[in-house]
Design a protein around this ligand. Structure first.
Ligand SMILES: Cc1ncc(COP(=O)(O)O)c(C=O)c1O
Length: 455
């Protein structure tokens, strides 16, 4: 369907701008240090920013708005490999042609934001693309929200309304659910809600235990049984991140989830899956599809790589009028790009055992294994993950050592982030799909050199 204004002149000019912008962005194509005279530029600008927001930054990073594929340029002119992509947002990498095209097309519209009351075609197109990608499940509806956290908040409202008055939620140890009032309570880490009142009843059970896989089902099911014994007939839903992002990409096999979800269904609970970080990044579009769990899923929250956020849910969970509303669906750029990203991922060769995402996973894991056995023996001690979500442990895996390693890695030209908690903190990579095999090789050379230098 047509969006915005168009005529031959506009089309020609968009095409010409598109090529010119892409050609300029493509110049950002290799790791480059800042020049000596610019070495402290980012740090001093961030000091001003820190003073205003009242809180410092993990890295001396401020983007110049230039970057291509896995490369990002900082305001000081240095260029680094971006292996974290705004914590998972930039799945296609920097200045991807679809991102540029989506921006230019959105500029032909009459407004910036798409309202919920009087929507634009972009909201319909994205919803259609999404619903088409989950035809193998019970999910038939999609509702936009402003952030991943807010998607989870909305999901909570839907399961509460349908289960009223059973308001207790079952969540998992080490899970992350977001930063709203509700989601900080669903999140496992107590330090994230220091000083907050407890207004929602959440019961937590252990997730898949990578160190004791044979006992994992039994451990989780026993904990679930304990909970329902303590609070009979009180729970509405079981909320789970299938691949726990903040925990360092912890996940189990299909059998584990099947056992847990069968238990949930036997106890009348909705199965609520948080795919905010996993969307697009595993070896299928959704992690629940990769794990073959379609039949159990009642509600799924998404965000990040989609460029906008929302919830997909089954007809049973469609709420009464009045429960959900909101001003925005999202910006027209994010809705337009979101639909393009979805189409591209579905139509390209990304998924399945022979897709590009599986190749990226294998390349990283095999190379990390090789390093751990050779030059980085006792320095790289664990590697794991799935698809474009890869993690590894360095030295004694403590927070201090991992943070020191990450800062040095940053200085050497690779940006990553932490995950997990002491004593098993991990280096987390959320890798762009546009990375080439040669670039993977170069990233891992920097990983290796940094480990050898400081561990
Ligand atoms: C699994 C998961 N759930 C929820 C959220 C919250 O999303 P947002 O930061 O967009 O509110 C995140 C963000 O990191 C996440 O990884």
């Amino acid at each position: 369907m047509k969006h915005g204004v168009s005529n031959d002149t506009i089309t020609d000019q968009i095409n010409s701008l598109f090529s010119t912008i892409l050609a300029e962005q493509k110049k950002v194509s290799k790791v480059t240090p800042a020049s000596p005279e610019n070495a402290h530029v980012t740090e001093s600008i961030l000091k001003e920013f820190t003073a205003m927001r009242g809180k410092g930054f993990f890295y001396n990073y401020l983007s110049s708005g230039r970057g291509h594929g896995p490369f990002t340029e900082l305001i000081d002119g240095s260029v680094k490999y971006d292996m974290i992509g705004a914590i998972g947002v930039n799945l296609l990498g920097h200045s991807h042609p679809l991102y540029i095209k989506g921006h230019l097309e959105a500029a032909t519209n009459d407004v910036v934001m798409c309202g919920n009351l009087l929507p634009h075609v972009e909201a319909l197109d994205l919803t259609k693309e999404l619903m088409d990608s989950v035809k193998d499940s019970k999910l038939t509806h999609f509702w936009f929200s402003g952030s991943g956290s807010f998607s989870n908040d909305t999901a909570l409202k839907l399961v509460w309304q349908k289960s009223n008055p059973k308001y207790r939620v079952i969540a998992f140890d080490n899970a992350f659910a977001g930063r709203t009032v509700a989601t900080q309570i669903l999140t496992s880490s107590a330090e994230y809600r220091d000083g907050m009142p407890t207004s929602i009843d959440v019961d937590r059970v252990p997730h898949f235990d990578q160190k004791n896989p044979e006992k994992a089902i039994e451990t989780t099911i026993n904990a679930l049984e304990e909970i329902v014994k303590k609070y009979p007939d009180s729970h509405c839903a079981l909320m789970i991140e299938l691949i726990q992002g903040e925990a360092g990409f912890v996940f189990g096999p299909k059998e584990y989830y099947e056992a847990v979800f069968k238990w949930a269904k036997d106890h009348g609970l909705f199965v609520w899956i948080d795919e905010i970080q996993t969307f697009g990044r595993t070896t299928e579009l959704f992690a629940f599809q990769m794990l073959g769990l379609q039949e159990y899923v009642d509600i799924v929250t998404i965000g990040k790589a989609l460029q906008c956020c929302g919830i997909m849910f089954s007809p049973e969970l469609n709420p009464k009028p009045g429960l959900i509303a909101g001003t925005f669906n999202g910006s027209l750029v994010s809705l337009n790009v979101g639909a393009k990203v979805l189409k591209y991922l579905k139509e390209g060769n990304f998924y399945g055992e022979h897709g590009r995402i599986k190749q990226i996973e294998k390349n990283f894991i095999n190379r990390l294994k090789h390093l751990a056995k050779n030059s980085c023996r006792d320095k790289i001690t664990y590697m794991g993950g799935v698809g474009t979500m890869i993690s590894f442990e360095v030295g004694n895996s403590s927070k201090d050592v991992t943070t020191k390693y990450l800062k040095e890695l940053f200085n050497n030209g690779v940006i990553a982030f932490t995950s997990g908690h002491d004593p098993a903190v991990r280096v987390r990579f959320l890798i762009p799909t546009s990375i080439t095999d040669e670039q993977i090789e170069e990233v891992l050379k920097i990983v290796e050199a940094t480990a050898i230098k400081i561990l």
